[in-house]
Structure formats: structure tokens, C-alpha cells
Design a protein around this ligand. Sequence first.
Ligand SMILES: Nc1nc2c(ncn2[C@@H]2O[C@H](COP(=O)(O)OP(=O)(O)OP(=O)(O)O)[C@@H](O)[C@H]2O)c(=O)[nH]1
Ligand SMILES: [Mg+2]
Ligand SMILES: [Zn+2]
Length: 399
Amino acid sequence: MARRSPKSPRRRRGGGATAGAPSLPALSSLTELPAFGELSCSERQRSAFGAARDRAVAAGAEKDELVMGCVVRLDRGFPAVLCEDAVFRAEFSARLTKGGLAGRAESRAAVGDWVCARRPHGHDMGLIEEILPRESDIARWRGGARGERQTLAANVDLVLVVQQLGERPVSCERLARSAVIARDCGADVAVVLTKADRASDDVLARDVAAVREVLGEACPLALTSSAEREDEVGRVSACARALGVPWGVDAVRSLVPEGVVAIVLGESGAGKSTLLNALLGREVLETGAVRAADDMGRHTTVARRMVSLPGAGVIVDEPGLRSLPIVGHERGLAMVFPEVSEAARGCRFRDCTHTHEPGCEVLGRRASGEISPARADAYVALASEMRESAASLDPDVVL
Ligand SMILES: Nc1nc2c(ncn2[C@@H]2O[C@H](COP(=O)(O)OP(=O)(O)OP(=O)(O)O)[C@@H](O)[C@H]2O)c(=O)[nH]1
Ligand SMILES: [Mg+2]
Ligand SMILES: [Zn+2]
């Protein structure tokens, strides 16, 4: 019986552009991309690849066309896949899109995803046959609780929560929220406070103390500044030393040692791309000025992309995120606030909101000083938001 040949991708040579996106960067010029050996997959993913390859062969693909690769960039939803001996643009196979994943390309594969890809002989474009199971899945809800889960990056070990310093105090609420999401998604958390040059010594001391109180001393923290003036750098580095906070790009680099894949998470204008450029030692990523009116960025970064740090690990640059709704992250909440979550188990009422109820163990331990008020407040606010989002997803949930 003649073997049915699977649909081949469009034949295209040079440039690497695709029909839907004429101006994608040529992959050969992207020297900041990681080497294949810098990215490691798990045993589970390796065996999932074997099974995915068998399925693709059964569907008509040639075995030697099938490779295991990692999605290292998404340009407006178009993936670039790195495999052992090449990096190539890829489309999604008809088999994959038929499997209920049709729709926006970006909702299908995330940066960091390991995939089974087919590289038909004589074609520049590859086809993603299957996305292999994720070890971690950094995702947020888009469009509130009734929206959809959007994976920002897959198989990431560490989330660097980035916030800018300045006149406004750091948002501990936002840091706690980001930490809960990261832990819930299976990653570790570290905080990077950028633009230290914009904060006086007093403001630095205040903000560092606030972060340490809400996330605890065990949460790694680094302070950075892109300022180049020597007196400015001298002032902030001395202040960081006095506060006992690791300082500068070296501090961030040591948070992301070789073998670790991290992602930067923060609002637009927080200085994420500027920080990555400093780590790379050259201007690879586009950066953009913040608006004078509200000190926020203009969403300069649009692509999600991995950059490999010389002598260190890999970081995914991300577009800034305005909202981070908390939906069903109970496990993450308990991981970030174990002592509060433990106290909550001792409350008289199972649905205690820890705000006014008699027999509330959280309020009791907060009053006696056993639990930090800042941590109790952060926990209570996030738990309350989670109850509300659960109720809007499922009307049967009683608030
Ligand atoms: N004063 C000062 N400005 C900085 C520092 N780091 C970044 N900036 C400025 O902040 C602005 C925003 O920086 P980006 O690196 O583009 O911010 P981003 O977080 O990547 O923003 P999006 O890509 O929009 O999410 C730019 O004008 C930077 O020059 C810093 O340490 N000090
Ligand atoms: Mg950016
Ligand atoms: Zn309670």
C-alpha cells in the first residue's frame, strides 16, 4: 500500500520570512540565542519525544526528518525552534491544529516548550508535530477570571520578578501576586529591583525592608541600576552594601547560573530589556522610554525570546504585563505564605476570610506578632481575590 505523504510546509528559501509575517528577523543573525546544549529536557520529555516521533511516523513522516527541539522565540506568535544542529522557523502541523488547538498561533506553543518537529528535506520551514509535556508552565489569566490561561513561558526554572524603584514605593502587593503565580506554576522566585539610581538612600532602605517583610528574607533579592555616572553608581552600590542586598548585573547573573532558564516578569517600563542588555554586555534588545505622566512604559518588547548570558544561564525577555489576575493559585499561595496558610487551617470556620470572624487563627497570630502583619495582609487580599475569581468561574461557589 502506498504511504500517504503528510502535508509539507510551504517551500521557502533564504530570509526565513513566512507569508503571515514578512518581517521576522533572520535567525542566522541572532547570536544571543542559546546553544542547544544549554537547554536541558527532562527524562519524561525525552521519552515523550520518542512516542511523538512514532506517532508522526505512523502518520506518514520520515523518521530522519523528526527532531526534538526547543522553542526559543515567538515573534508575533511565529515560533523559532532550536534543535541539535540548527535553528528554524516552524508552523504547526495540521495534526496539531486539528487537536483542538486551532486559533491564535501564540496560544499553542510557548517559549521554552520542547517539541517534536519535522524538518522535511529541502525545506527551510519546519512543522511542529507535538508539544511535549511541560515541567513548568508560567501562565497568567488573560481577560480576568472568565478569560483564558495564557502560557508566558514553559519549562522555566526561575521567575525574576522585576520592579522599578523611584518616587512611588514598590508594590508589595504586585510582588506577592507575582511570587504566588510563579510558585504555583512550578518555578522559583527572585526579585530584582531596577533603577536604584532614581531612589534616595532612604527610599532604597524603605523599599528593600518592605520587600523583605512581605516575601521573607529567604526570597533572593538583587538591586540594579543602568546609570553609568560613577558617583551615582558609587552611591547606590554603597547603599546596597549597607543594606546587605546583592548589587548590580553580577548579582542578577549569579541568580541565573549556567543550566538555569529564567524569565523576567514585570510591568512595561520596569527596565527588563535594559537589564538583559546589561547582562549580555551589548544592546541586543530594544528598550523604550517611560511616559512622563505615569512613569509607565509603552510596551516596547513585543517578541518573547530567549537570550543566553555569557558565563551564565538563559533568560526569556517578555513584554510587560499590566494585569496578573489570581485565579486558582491556592497551592502557590500556600507555598509563598506557609505560616499564614498553616494558621488558616486552625480557623474556626472553614470559609473564614480572616478579616473579622471569631476564632480566626490568622487574626490571632497576627495580633500576637507570630505572623507578620504585612504577610498576613498580602495573604488575605490574594485569598479574597481568589475566592471571588473562583465564584465568577463557578456560580455555585459560595463566597
Ligand atoms: N534611570 C534609570 N532608567 C532606566 C534604568 N533601567 C531602564 N531604564 C529606562 O526605563 C525605560 C524602560 O526600559 P525598558 O528596558 O525598555 O523596559 P521594559 O521593562 O523592557 O519594558 P517593556 O518592554 O515595555 O515591557 C528606558 O527608557 C530605560 O532607559 C535604570 O536603571 N535607571
Ligand atoms: Mg522590554
Ligand atoms: Zn481566619
